[in-house]
Design a protein around this ligand. Structure first.
Ligand SMILES: [Fe+2]
Length: 235
């Protein structure tokens, strides 16, 4: 876990996780979802911290925040689309009853979409320094709050379903589908956020399944991530 990136994602994660975690040994797919969700929580916290320190006009922070936010928004959208189009159908195919509890989560993804787009519109002018500081802060905070609420609702529903119904081979197959379609621009931020929320050993459940070239360049990407965080937070 990186000591440089100490932005707290949310103080309530451990309690949420306790409530959401099914009893017994956890399958890898639950561990992977939990890690990715924690990385998203962490990045949303970093987003708001960076937006809170934003000033009017051009700056290194504004330019960095433009790239960071675009990557985060792409990642969140890809994650939710993947849940709706791949993970949920796989669960419903194995347990028709799960559709009843998964549909509200899909509805929630659709409610989040306009928040993603609103923030995307607000950060687009950051590179030119023509952004509206108050609007960036407002929309970053709205996205973080809704995302945290969504994840807190989703995990107690999703984790037991994954543990009970999804066999490992299908989970591995879907994991590859998601990795193969993931936006590449967000990879350094994903690796950095994972490093910020989990130990090296905990990250292995995801890192061990990544293509070797990504694992080879990871130290370089983590160094770049820490520099980016320093610019984003003014550290
Ligand atoms: Fe979700």
């Amino acid at each position: 876990m990186s000591e440089l990136d100490s932005t707290p994602a949310t103080a309530s994660v451990p309690q949420q996780r306790q409530e959401a975690t099914p009893p017994g040994p956890l399958p890898d797919v639950v561990k992977e979802f939990a890690l990715v969700h924690d990385a998203m929580r962490h990045s949303a916290g970093l987003l708001v911290r960076a937006a809170d320190g934003l000033a009017p006009g051009s700056s290194a922070r504004a330019a960095k925040l433009a790239g960071f936010t675009a990557a985060l928004l792409d990642f969140v959208h890809h994650h939710h689309t993947g849940e709706d189009e791949h993970w949920w159908p796989a669960l419903v195919a194995r347990s028709a009853a799960s559709g009843t509890v998964l549909q509200p989560l899909t509805d929630d993804h659709h409610e989040l979409d306009p928040l993603l787009e609103r923030l995307r519109d607000q950060v687009a002018p950051l590179k030119g320094g023509t952004h509206d500081v108050a609007a960036v802060r407002r929309d970053a905070t709205a996205l973080r709050d809704h995302l945290l609420e969504h994840l807190a609702d989703e995990e107690p529903v999703l984790f037991p379903l994954l543990a009970e119904h999804l066999e490992e081979a299908e989970a591995v197959r879907l994991g590859k589908v998601m990795a193969g379609s993931a936006p590449r621009s967000g990879l350094p931020y994903l690796l950095g956020a994972l490093d910020a929320v989990a130990t090296e050993q905990e990250q292995q459940v995801i890192l061990s399944k990544m293509p070797p070239p990504i694992r080879w360049v990871r130290p370089l990407l983590l160094r770049r991530y820490r520099k980016d965080v320093a610019v984003l937070t003014g550290a």
